[in-house]
Design a protein around this ligand. Structure first.
Ligand code: MG
Ligand code: MG
Length: 248
C-alpha cells in the first residue's frame, strides 16, 4: 500500500481525486432520460483527458471503457453501451483517473428522472454507509472498524452488503493492499496510520448479497435481480485528520 510521506505526494493524490470528483459532478448533470451510457462514457473520457489525466479503467484487465455504468440490478463493472437511461432507473457510475502516476477512484449512484421511494432509500442508505465507514478511517482504529460501520448501517436498514467485491488501498496503482471489505468485526485488521490512502466503496443490495457475473465477463448483477447501489470515495489519512480526495 502507498504511504504518502510528503506534501508532494498528497498534492498529486489530491489532483487525481479532484479530476475524478469533477468528472462525476459532470455525469450528475448529463445522466438524464434518453442519454446512452456510451454518451456518458465519451463525455467522461473527454473531460479526463482535457485535464491532462488518463482514464484509469480503460484497458485495465481489458476493460473497454472509461466508466463502469451499472444500471438497476447491475452491481458493478457494467460496460457503457447503447442502452438509454429511462426515468425510474438508478445508475451507478464508477470512475478512475491517473495523473502524474497517482490514482483517484470514486463512484456515485444517481436516480434518473422519477424514481421510486424504495430506490431513493437504497441510494441514501448506501451513501450514508460510506460516510459512516469513512468516519472510522482514523489513526488508532483498525481497518475492520470501517467495514463494520458500513455493514451495521446497511443491515439496520434492511439491505445487504456485497461480499464478493471490496474496497482497496490506492496510490501509485489503482488497486493496492489492503482489501477493504464492507463487512467485518470491529477491532480487527491492520491498524490505520497517517499516510494511508484508501478507496472505500460499499456495494449495497436491496435483496440478497449474492451476485453473479454476466456472460460479458464483466457485468456483475444481483442473484435475485433486485436493485443495487454503489458509492465510493478515495480518502487519505493525514496529520490533520481524514481528507476525502474525491468529494464532489
Ligand atoms: Mg471505483
Ligand atoms: Mg475502487
Amino acid at each position: 500500500m502507498i504511504e504518502l510521506k510528503n506534501a508532494s505526494q498528497f498534492e498529486k493524490m489530491r489532483k487525481a481525486g479532484k479530476i475524478v470528483a469533477d468528472t462525476l459532478a459532470l455525469m450528475r448533470e448529463v445522466a438524464k432520460p434518453g442519454v446512452t451510457t456510451l454518451e456518458l462514457d465519451r463525455k467522461a473520457e473527454d473531460y479526463i483527458r482535457a485535464q491532462g489525466a488518463v482514464p484509469a479503467f480503460k484497458g485495465y484487465n481489458g476493460f473497454p471503457a472509461t466508466l463502469c455504468t451499472s444500471l438497476n440490478e447491475q452491481v458493478v463493472h457494467g460496460i457503457p453501451g447503447l442502452r438509454s437511461l429511462e426515468s425510474g432507473d438508478i445508475i451507478s457510475i464508477d470512475c478512475g483517473a491517473v495523473i502524474d502516476g497517482y490514482f483517484g477512484d470514486a463512484a456515485v449512484t444517481l436516480p434518473v428522472g422519477e424514481v421510486d421511494e424504495d430506490l431513493l432509500k437504497l441510494l441514501k442508505v448506501t451513501e450514508e454507509s460510506l460516510m459512516f465507514g469513512i468516519a472510522e478511517a482514523k489513526t488508532g482504529n483498525r481497518l475492520y472498524d470501517v467495514s463494520h460501520a458500513v455493514q451495521k448501517h446497511v443491515e439496520a436498514n434492511g439491505f445487504s452488503v456485497v461480499r464478493d467485491y471490496v474496497g482497496h488501498g490506492i496510490g501509485r496503482a489503482m488497486h493496492e493492499d489492503p482489501q477493504i471489505p464492507n463487512f467485518g468485526k470491529p477491532g480487527r485488521g491492520p491498524r490505520l496510520e497517517i499516510g494511508m490512502a484508501l478507496a472505500i466503496e460499499p456495494m449495497v443490495n436491496m435483496g440478497t448479497y449474492e451476485v453473479l457475473t454476466l456472460k460479458d465477463h464483466w457485468t456483475v448483477v444481483t442473484k435475485d435481480m433486485k436493485p443495487s447501489a454503489h458509492f465510493e470515495h478515495t480518502v487519505a489519512i493525514t496529520e490533520n485528520g481524514l481528507e476525502i480526495l474525491t468529494r464532489c
